[in-house]
Design a protein. Sequence first.
Length: 628
Amino acid sequence: MCGICGYLNFEREEPVREPVLRAMCEVITHRGPDEDGYFVLNNIAMGMRRLSIIDLSTGKQPIANEDKSIWIVFNGEIYNFPELRAELEAKGHRFRTKTDTETIVHAYEEWGTECPNKLNGMFAFAIWDNNRQQLFLARDRLGIKPLYYYADDKRIVFGSELKSLLQMPAVPREIDHRALDLFLTYEYVPAPYSILQGTKKLPAGHLLVSRNGKVETREYWDLRYAENGASKEQLQDELISLLRDAVKKRMISDVPLGAFLSGGIDSSTIVALMSGLSDQPVKTFSIGFENASYNELDYARQIAERFSTDHHEFIIQPDVLDLTEKLVHHLDEPFGDFSIFPTYLVSKMAREHVTVVLSGDGGDELFGGYETYIAEWTDQAYRRMVPAFVREKIITPTVGLLPPTEKKKGLINRALRFVEGSNLPEDLHHTRWMTFLAEDEKKHLYSRELLQQRNGSTAFDFMRRYFQRAGTTDPLNRQLYVDIKTYLCDDILVKVDRMSMATSLEARVPFLDHRVVELSARIPGFMKMQKNKTKIILKEALHGLLPHDILYRGKEGFSIPIKTWLKKELKPLLTDTLSQDQLNRDKLFRPDVVNRLIDEHMKGRENHSHRLWALMVFHIWKQIYLDK
């Protein structure tokens, strides 16, 4: 695990500057505190920071092939590298190290730019082919590892994090207003966009080739839904078998490892499978809150006791003022998911004991675990049973009068959120409950300049394109496809990567082994969800392995009491960051509307936590990366 960066000048006579490369590496030291490495040759420069996990003694990067005509810098882990190495050695390739990194070099020699299809793992890498004068970048199928790039007519610059690219003076520092609109709608900036004009994220399952001054990207993997007629029992057996093998592969490490444990189905599954594969107690890490409605530690303890893990807990104290700016810095882009706090703090706690953790992320997107899928099913019945004029003229205004409560969810908060999402366009399906700023709200909040920059497009168009390309008529599987391509890749995995790497901790995600993901696409939607029952096939496959009350308890989510924190601990930062003077200088949002949102939230009339947090995070990010 590490961070990578580099750049290629298209003119061979224009040499690279090593001090720039070193600066690009230095700002991502947290991703790899153990060592650094550099490759500089004429007009190409590549660097890395390494967190040593496998082959501690000879795995130093960059790594080359036998004649040193091909060089690589690599971020991630390749779990099938032993098998791949044996196959390549049989074809005559000679290895100098025992690391998975060198396996990619020889795979490229053998299969060229098709080599990502051979890899089982999480990865973002850059390969320089000196014979072809070609730069080759690739990102894993699900987007577990990040990769940014910027290209103009003179060069291409790349890196694991945006802050690396900003060490290059040629990279523009202008806000991409389309990306800003997407962020305020969904609380993350989806690929291929980045918050800066001209800078892009290489999308999941894509590769990039730069040669002769040209830059081309293409998709090498996509998820295809195709049922094969297998019985539910056959699918359950295959699922557990694949999950067990995925966990086993991700337990390969030359350093201590453990697991995040929330007490939910997914993390509990990973801990259960790890315990069955280990001859030592699994180290588990959980985080809780003083607010009882947000605390799930009892469930985590139940799993820890059942599998006799070496369990560690931490209670979050709402001392978040100083932490906020630190976490925004590590995120690189504006990011509105509140759960960065618990993710960072549980990572920090785990890093005191281990270097690698396994995480349960991905299970909800593969098997239909989110309440938004239930909300979509409920909304269909709601529309059939309740006339439009009753919904619009009676229910919506009546529910809107209810003040939100301090609870995490609760009946009132659920009703408010349901009505809010139900009023959005039906063709967005369940993503209506995953959006946080509607079009009519933007017309009031956005400045005239920002509205003009949108050129009539809406953030909803972005999501509609994924529904159109889903390649299945199964209603639930279409929704799952959209989530895998958007929310999972650009929210969940970004959060886990940045917050774990901020503490120099490697997080591995067995559910996102591409074999498990492809199996999930062969399972029809009705086996995953029916009415208000979610993750049906996964739960049934886990009977006997996990306790009944863990399998069938309600979905909680990894969240924090941000609506309360904004009224108390974070209030000074909120009012300072979103002051009228600051808003007037930026000329992006109307100060009177922002002030109204703050006033309504502070008085408890409305819960504007999502909107206010997103606006605050954006301005903190802007102050860190642009204003300074």
